[in-house]
Design a protein around this ligand. Structure first.
Ligand SMILES: *[C@@H]1O[C@H](CO)[C@@H](O)[C@H](O)[C@H]1NC(C)=O
Ligand SMILES: *[C@@H]1O[C@H](CO)[C@@H](O)[C@H](O)[C@H]1NC(C)=O
Ligand SMILES: *[C@@H]1O[C@H](CO)[C@@H](O)[C@H](O)[C@H]1NC(C)=O
Ligand SMILES: [Zn+2]
Length: 441
């Protein structure tokens, strides 16, 4: 009898989806270093609040979410320190309730829409379907495994061997749902677009694309706790390691915590987590081939470059910045979205143990960037589904320009296919010259 009661009770406790009723999202515009210091102290010493962005010295805005019980304390702290704030959401649950999670119909690629989010199972079904429909160029790849034993699934797109590679890692932070959606859109367009420039990008490179690199966290974010960021490793009574603080590059040096209760807990050691460890081994196995590595995050509208430990610049930093700025110029054309480009330490704050730092320092991949997608703190992680398409379109615009600029700067042109296609072009123009010459006679 008691046993059943226990089971029922446990089931209720475990399966009750956490609600954010009357939670408030604040947007703070810090005016000086003292404001930043106060916000940093709250983050460090007061576990009651969820910082959606970090109060960095250069931060243009900071988003903090509070439960209704703790609001008054927070607002008192703001007011007594002359910190100006506005309220982005008065009831976070209401915004969560409006977030549409669609249903993908098996074997019907057209039922995949770009105005709704999907859960892990539906993304996996869609990946299987699109790969089988375009099996000439696409295949399923497995980049590693999660703590709970889920495969980290992705798609390889290749139109022939010997091409240079582009690697996209997305969704390492579970609550950043726009990153999985936009990465799926990139896969879709590379296989299905009629735009010659997109088709050329698909043809000229080998693409390794992983939309959900933290599958356990993503499932948890859908089923139990929308604001989940980390993986799902149990540590005492706590759960989860921040997978983007767990890579073996200046591990635990900056911007991460040894406290498992925090959202930026770096884990018991570098690469302690199966997700980051297995994925890094997979990336290493391709390291001689990758020319461009992208890590997709949200939000703040930034393009970040390594490293997170200092503003010191690496060898090709100026090239990488120039290529990145031009790509962000292209991103702004369609909808006017203005990204800021800079290195992590400069543009956000000192934070180490992230994937792009490891990829740059351990594998020396020439071009490495981290996107922080829309928006600038109005909806944050709860970006409305009607912004999936515009966000995806502008990001794809920027990616095409990034490739174009990279080539102008002498990168991404070392492929066999690149020389093959330029050979084709020159043979073709020679033929034209001959034909034109012949016709003139
Ligand atoms: C949220 O706030 C409203 C208005 O103050 C109140 O009526 C309602 O009971 C609150 N909901 C919850 C779940 O606390
Ligand atoms: C920052 O980290 C990179 C990569 O590990 C290293 O090469 C560089 O020397 C570090 N810079 C400083 C100032 O510690
Ligand atoms: C790529 O192009 C640049 C500039 O045109 C050139 O300097 C470089 O040698 C090329 N690299 C390869 C591998 O072809
Ligand atoms: Zn993130």
């Amino acid at each position: 009898m008691y046993r059943y009661l226990f089971i029922i009770l446990t089931y209720t406790l475990v399966s009750a989806k956490f609600r954010f009723d009357n939670y408030t999202l604040y947007k703070i515009i810090p005016e000086n270093e003292k404001h930043i210091q106060i916000l940093q102290d709250i983050l460090e010493y007061d576990q009651r609040y969820d910082f959606w962005t970090y109060p960095a010295p250069g931060a243009k805005f900071v988003n903090i979410m509070s439960s209704p019980e703790n609001k008054a304390d927070l607002e008192n702290t703001f007011n007594s320190n002359d910190i100006k704030f506005s309220i982005s959401m008065t009831n976070v649950q209401e915004v969560i309730d409006k977030e549409t999670v669609g249903r993908y119909t098996r074997s019907n690629l057209r039922s995949m829409r770009w105005d709704t989010y999907y859960n892990l199972r539906q993304i996996n079904d869609w990946l299987d379907d699109i790969v089988s429909r375009y099996s000439n160029a696409a295949s399923i790849i497995v980049g590693g495994e999660s703590f709970e034993g889920r495969p980290i699934r992705g798609v390889k797109i290749s139109h022939g061997s010997g091409r240079r590679a582009i690697f996209i890692e997305s969704g390492i932070h579970a609550r950043e749902w726009i990153t999985m959606a936009t990465t799926n859109y990139i896969i879709d367009q590379l296989l299905r677009s009629n735009d010659p420039e997109v088709q050329a990008a698909a043809r000229d490179y080998d693409w390794y694309i992983f939309p959900v690199t933290n599958p356990d966290g993503y499932v948890w974010s859908h089923e139990e706790f929308r604001m989940w960021r980390k993986n799902r490793r149990p540590i005492g009574s706590q759960f989860g390691v921040d997978l983007n603080r767990n890579w073996n590059s200046n591990w635990l040096l900056h911007g991460s915590s040894t406290n498992p209760a925090t959202d930026n807990y770096a884990g018991p050691g570098p690469f302690s987590e199966p997700e980051s460890r297995t994925l890094s081994e997979y990336i290493r196995s391709l390291s001689g081939q990758i020319d461009l590595y992208l890590s997709m995050h949200s939000f703040s509208e930034l393009l970040l470059l390594p490293f997170g430990n200092s503003t010191q610049q690496y060898a090709n930093y100026q090239d990488a910045i120039s290529i990145g700025r031009r790509a962000m110029g292209a991103l702004s054309v369609r909808y006017g979205t203005q990204y800021t480009t800079g290195n992590i330490a400069e543009a956000i704050y000192l934070a180490t143990g992230g994937s792009i730092d490891w990829v740059k320092s351990a594998l020396n991949i020439p071009l490495v960037y981290c996107y922080e997608f829309r928006d600038k703190g109005q909806y944050g992680f709860l970006l409305p589904a009607n912004q999936i398409r515009p966000n995806s379109e502008e990001v794809l615009d920027s990616l095409l320009e990034m490739i174009h600029q990279a080539k102008r700067f002498g990168y991404m042109n070392g492929s066999a296919s690149g020389s093959a296609s330029s050979l084709r072009v020159s043979l073709w123009s020679m033929l034209c010259v001959i034909v034109v010459g012949f016709m003139r006679k």
